[in-house]
Design a protein around this ligand. Sequence first.
Ligand code: GRG
Length: 297
Amino acid sequence: HKRSSAVEEPVDPFSLVADELSLVANRLRSMVVAEVPKLASAAEYFFRMGVEGKRFRPTVLLLMATALNMHISETTADGVSNSLSKELRARQQCIAEITEMIHVASLLHDDVLDDADTRRGVGSLNFVMGNKLSVLAGDFLLSRACVALASLKNTEVVTLLATVVEHLVTGETMQMTTSAEQRCSMEYYLQKTYYKTASLISNSCKAIALLAGQTAEVSKLAYNYGRNLGLAYQLIDDVLDFTGTSATLGKGSLSDIRHGIVTAPILFAIEEFPQLQAIVDEGFDDPANVDVALEYV
Ligand code: GRG
């Protein structure tokens, strides 16, 4: 919020880092150039202008960097420290780039697993270039992310973000292999959601804090902030799957329920209307069950 005016007007957080986001987007385009033409066009597909997505993660990370570097910029009157803070900011931008490459890699693999045909309002990469190139492009992006991560020469940060990839795979596997008992458990849903969505945001926030030389205590706060934000982000994403349209989502709605995946809106609806439980237990292969569940949600 603006503090100068008497009436506080909300500020669009994206506008605060808009210029830096363009810089990050340009750098990303140069970081994902592959040698072989087919792989090159596959890898750059979601970094093209206009299909870069919401860039939520880089935005959060750049804002986090602004907040956590305060103590450094406030004490820098001389040129030397100023160049140090510029170098720090460049390293934090690198975290934003790595995070986005890991995120896009996960989207490419996810669309293959789900056989999705649209993403970000255009054909998914698997739809346009096939499953094989999509998987390889995802692998390629992960490799480029690893190389960028290594260039930061900070083993704690490498470990954090390498572990995130394990978490993404774990969350996706949990979603694919849910037992009947786990299907309607809020605890299982939150654990899966942490792995699938919140881990990338929380651990990259922590990496921003560690690079800023923050204490373990502050780094933990950055992690907790990212964790809660990530969980909230996925909860909203799950609600939008019920309430959104192809135009607002950039892909079809009701994807979770049609894949038989039980998300928070259904879990909350069961709490309020216990009779929904029997329908959910029967499953959503029968389109009539989908319609009944939608009524309750
Ligand atoms: C290869 C890293 C890797 C992982 C494989 C497939 C898989 C394991 C994980 C899938 C994880 C996944 C897709 C989680 C969903 C996270 C999520 C909320 C995606 C949508 O994020 P937005 O809305 O997308 O920020 P945009 O398009 O705006 O970037």
